[in-house]
Design a protein around this ligand. Sequence first.
Ligand code: HSE
Length: 441
Amino acid sequence: MADPVRVGMVGMGTVGQGTVRVLSQNAAEITRRVGRELRLVHVCVRTPSRLENLGFAGRVSTDPWALVGDPELDVLVEVMGGTDLARELLLAAIAAGKHVVTANKALLAEHGEEIFAAAQRHGVMVAFEAAVAGAIPIIKAVREGLAGNRIHWVAGIINGTSNYILSQMFREGWSFAEALAKAQELGYAEADPSLDVDGGDAAHKITLMASIAFGIPVSFAHCHVEGIRQLQGVDVAFAAELGYRIKLLGVARRRSQGVELRVHPTLIPADHLLAHVEGPFNAILVDSDAAGQSLYYGRGAGGDPTASAIVADLVDVARTMTADPCHRVPHLAFQADALEPLPLLPISEIQCAYYLRIQAENRPGVLAQVATLLAEQGISIEALVQKEIPGAATVPIVLLLQQCREGDLDVALQRIQALRVVAEPILRLRVENLREEESFS
Ligand code: HSE
């Protein structure tokens, strides 16, 4: 049998510990798959007590640079997070000819171009299955399994924390604040949950997905991001009444003019499979021409599920590290010199259906005024709910609008907001019906 593949790992949090555990528990199975042993020989950990009970017998450093400078290592696994030090470490490891496996979506979304270009120059792999949707092998599915397809769009529930919060708002009738507090208690959300609930984490992931789906450079700066803080229980309830559920969706869609790349709370049909993805689970729906729609579901976070993806990447690296780099799967699914810088569309140019909640005085002519201002922009109303609340000075008017250009809706909304009868800021949510686009047959 060939020599073991020597692996180093920086970071020993939940995911690092999970990786040590999975490598050790499944060592025999992994060796049967690879034909060589994957041996973890050197780890960097600030708190060595984290290694207790993991049975790790290799070298332990507290300085991550000791791993970059370790000539014995074939592969460096980065699970420490952050973007500054992690970027420097990975670039140095790549320059030293080491392959890299990382779970760091923020790093790759923000610095992917630089990191993948460096890897290309040095003929090493940067594997990142664990960066998107935890255990779900979505990178492999899109990059390899769907390689024969032209992908139309990808839509995913890719942040478990916000999905848990929205699930509880729907099921238990909790407010956003109550559901967030519970998510923190259960350890889903960080003490500072902003990356999860403000959409940044999902934006990092959908940015990477867009690159491998369409063969475009990694372009996080152009991703439109909205989180779920502004949602109220009343919107969850109105959505349900209209036959929808609200989910935080990452959407990457190819249009003739360019690519839509966005994360926002979204109404999706209540009878769609994605609407039934509950709690901290993730799911990604891919619409492509030959395969039609395919759906990928599983655990999007946590130590062992994320370790599952990291070890799968290690297996891939070990199988192809001796191959000529041009025979490996390209980092972003398409050959590096064949990436196309398609325009990323500003949010005003997207085409979508919409949900509006307008808090307005209840008197004759109000609806007519709203409908007129929408009609002037060519926007058609699909459904309407108005609920009178006894004793209240204003009523919520909830409208579902047919698909239109967002910039046209912006003009109408400015005018509606300026009406004297409109009492509060209008809430606008996007609606995705997730219908299959035209395929071959
Ligand atoms: N915090 C993320 C989530 C997992 O809640 O899904 C890591 O990206």
